[in-house]
Design a protein around this ligand. Structure first.
Ligand code: SAM
Length: 276
């Protein structure tokens, strides 16, 4: 495990809300700044910034590779990973720390949109990003899929968005699929255990949790170094797939699928029997 320790010069410790439950991160600052970073074309990444030449070059290179490989949102590779998972038709899906919620809608585009979709995020900026996101995006379908394209639709009338701390949301074990994408790495180990127990509470026995966090690779380390001012607003770990796996297994989840994307680990795990 490696911490992306060097914090943004813009980080404001007073903007961290309830670190025991939400991780030691200034989420409002992060979500706003990350959106700006993603919207900036790679060749303008240094505009308005004073950095030494080596850092300007590193930032240009990292922005170029990230944007050319679509390594942040990356719905095409996520679709290929999700398509292999044992998910029932029209699943009920809950997404913890959902922000815009794309991964839940991707699951629906693959397995049917007849179930519930509950997106949970406590940060108002995250909801604003959900609110402003396009109504649909088209993604190349995984190899062997019956259609060439997936239409990832955001039917606002059918999406429940709860702006609250997931630890306080009153739901029982009703969901077939849970998603935590970019969440677990923001909690030290004791917090991870509490988080995973809280997620298990939402899942039907045998339901599948899809868990993802940033990979500990040279490129990902360089990314968080190059863009520390834009993205380092608190506690974040980079993990190997094996390290990530240990946290889920300790919490009683059974891994059924593991893979990596360029920037992420992806695990799918059966919820512990005690859920529900
Ligand atoms: C790194 S962002 C990831 C967003 C999204 N899943 C993605 O991958 O693009 C983590 C999100 O989790 C939310 N979050 C953190 N702790 C939470 C909690 N206890 N309850 C609800 N949302 C939480 C934050 O507000 C933030 O928007």
């Amino acid at each position: 495990m490696r911490l992306t320790a060097k914090l943004s010069d813009d980080f404001d410790p007073d903007a961290v809300v309830d670190p025991a439950h939400r991780g030691e991160v200034a989420w409002g600052q992060f979500n706003q700044s990350f959106e700006r970073l993603q919207a900036q074309p790679w060749w303008r990444i240094n505009q308005g910034r004073r950095h030494p030449l080596w850092l300007r070059l590193l930032r240009l290179g990292a922005a170029f590779v990230t944007q050319k490989r679509d390594a942040i949102l990356d719905l095409r590779r996520k679709a290929a990973a999700f398509a292999r998972l044992p998910i029932p038709r029209d699943p009920d899906v809950v997404y913890f720390g959902a922000e815009a919620g794309w991964e839940a809608l991707l699951v629906q585009s693959l397995f049917g949109a007849g179930g519930r979709v509950l997106l949970i995020d406590s940060d108002p900026v995250a909801f604003a990003r959900f609110d402003a996101a396009p109504e649909e995006v088209r993604v190349r379908a995984p190899r062997g899929w019956p259609t060439r394209e997936l239409v990832v639709r955001r039917d606002r009338a059918r999406i429940e968005y709860v702006q609250a701390d997931l630890f306080t949301v009153a739901e029982t074990a009703r969901f077939d699929v849970g998603i935590d994408w970019g969440l677990i790495e923001h909690y030290p180990d004791a917090g991870k255990a509490r988080l995973l127990a809280a997620l298990g509470r939402f899942l039907r026995p045998g339901a599948l949790e899809i868990s993802s966090c940033p990979r500990d690779t040279v490129f990902v380390r360089l990314f968080y170094r190059a863009f520390r001012d834009e993205v380092n607003f608190g506690y974040r770990e980079l993990m190997s797939l094996a390290e990530h796996r240990v946290h889920l297994e300790r919490a009683g989840f059974s891994i059924v699928h593991a893979c990596t994307l360029p920037a992420h680990n992806v695990l799918a795990a059966r919820a512990p029997a005690r859920s529900g």
